[in-house]
Write a protein that binds this ligand. Structure first.
Ligand SMILES: [Zn+2]
Length: 449
């Protein structure tokens, strides 16, 4: 999850320190969605978990998980956290278990929340850092997009929300940030092989190419201990096939194939990059199988609909998971959503044009708004309709009506004020925290205009 390289520095700004001091208070009465989200935050409680002999994970320390494997005379770390502070918090806990030097670090992928604390794990001993060839390629393009990336990433993760608004980020409670600058170090060993086998400190490891959430993703398989580290290709939430912060197309079909490949290993323990581990061969198999099936279903149903002439909007409205998958505790839309995934498959495979020629050269936003307002009996009428919509908690319709009035600059301040109320109302109805965070963030931005 998290940001591409381009926004790495921007996201680490001082302003994010507010997260460290966030007080947890709730609205006087939670909505049903808020209750579910608060319950889901329990997934991110801090704990050092012994997976099996010599294998430990730090779960819930900041934005992502990190794992430690104890070898003969040294340690192997998998992923290094989002910041130096977060890395130190984890290392301190791991040091209570082993004082051995860190001899190797493995990056499951290039996202900043898994790679920014590396320097904190480096001691006097030499160490190697492993990643796949192409590590960090094809993430968010760099500096050209830094402004929009920073704005949208901040909204998605709710970096500037207050304690009533923010509950969690979907795959973590909140990041541990500092002002020290990141501690990223580049890989020292990269490999092209589909399956790279290496023995480090007496531990047999297999690093296996597994593109999915990112192209550079790998999973780590410990055949001796039967532990599998899937990186961010699995976490306990519907996968973020498309992050609303914006990202290059995530190849959904290949993601499902990577999960099937993991499933073939027959792991007994699954230690994901976010959320707590899954223990037990059957449980791991079911979790990976359901995850792969869900992703594959979104892909297949979208492609089938596209071939039958359906538009992205029509598909986003109609594609749903089969009931047995929708009920999986690992596929609740706490991070990605099905309709966003559908739109991403459409756009990622055939581009923005939906096939309906009406959309080729549409009326301008203002002209369309003026004509709709005319049909609706004029601006005063639409304004009353807008007030009714927000009063009756018909928030989506309210936002759309507000946009028509704003496009024609009719009673702008009041229309904006009502849109802010609609954004806050709809935010509180979401079980998807990235949607919630985005709605609240934009409401706050509008209120400062
Ligand atoms: Zn991540």
């Amino acid at each position: 999850m998290m940001t591409g390289i381009g926004t790495r520095l921007a996201v680490g700004t001082t302003l994010l320190l507010c997260l460290l001091f966030r007080q947890y208070t709730a609205y006087a009465q939670d909505t049903g969605a808020e209750l579910l989200l608060r319950e889901h935050s329990y997934e991110f409680r801090r704990e050092i978990i012994e997976i099996t002999d010599g294998v430990y994970m730090a779960s819930g320390y900041g934005a992502s998980n990190s794992a430690m494997i104890v070898g003969e005379s040294g340690l192997i770390m998998i992923d290094t956290k989002e910041s130096k502070s977060a890395a130190r918090a984890v290392l301190e806990e791991f040091r209570a278990i082993s004082e051995l030097p860190v001899k190797a670090i493995i990056y499951t992928h290039g996202h900043v929340d898994h790679t920014n604390g590396t320097t904190e794990f480096v001691g006097d001993d030499e160490l190697e850092i492993y990643a796949r060839t192409g590590f960090r390629d094809n993430l968010m393009p760099d500096s050209d997009l830094s402004a929009i990336s920073f704005a949208r990433t901040s909204r998605q993760f709710g970096f500037f929300l207050d304690s009533e608004e923010f509950i969690n980020m979907g795959t973590a409670e909140y990041p541990i940030r500092d002002e020290e600058g990141d501690g990223y170090l580049p890989p020292t060993i990269t490999f092209d092989e589909e399956r790279f086998e290496v023995t480090i400190e007496g531990i047999d490891l297999e690093l296996v190419a597994a593109p999915g959430e990112t192209d550079d993703q790998l999973y780590v398989w410990l055949p001796g201990q039967r532990v599998l580290f899937p990186g961010d290709n699995f976490y306990k939430a519907f996968p973020n096939l498309y992050p609303i912060r914006g990202a290059m197309y995530r190849d959904v079909k290949i993601w499902a194939e990577s999960l099937e490949k993991m499933r073939q290993e027959g792991a007994e323990y699954l230690v994901p990059g976010h959320s707590r581990p899954i223990l037990g061969t059957e449980q791991v198999d079911k979790a990976l199988g359901d995850y792969a099936s869900a992703i594959r279903h979104v892909y297949d149903a979208t492609i089938e609909g596209m071939n039958n002439g359906m538009t992205a909007n029509q598909l986003a409205e109609t594609v749903t998971l089969p009931e047995e998958l929708a009920d999986s505790p690992y596929l609740t839309e706490f991070y990605g959503t099905v309709p966003w995934g559908v739109r991403s498959v459409f756009n990622g495979t055939i581009g923005w044009f939906d096939g309906n020629p009406t959309t080729l050269l549409p009326l301008s936003e203002r002209e369309q708004a003026e004509r709709i307002i005319g049909l609706g009996g004029g601006s005063d009428n639409l304004f009353m309709e807008l007030q009714d919509a927000v009063a009756s908690e018909d928030y989506q319709w309210a936002m759309q009506l507000a946009d028509y009035l704003l496009a024609t600059e009719y009673r702008t301040a009041e229309a904006r004020e009502i849109k802010i109320r609609a954004l806050r109302g709809i935010a509180r109805q979401q079980i998807n925290p990235t949607a919630r965070n985005y709605y609240f963030s934009v409401a706050n931005e509008l209120s400062r205009q």
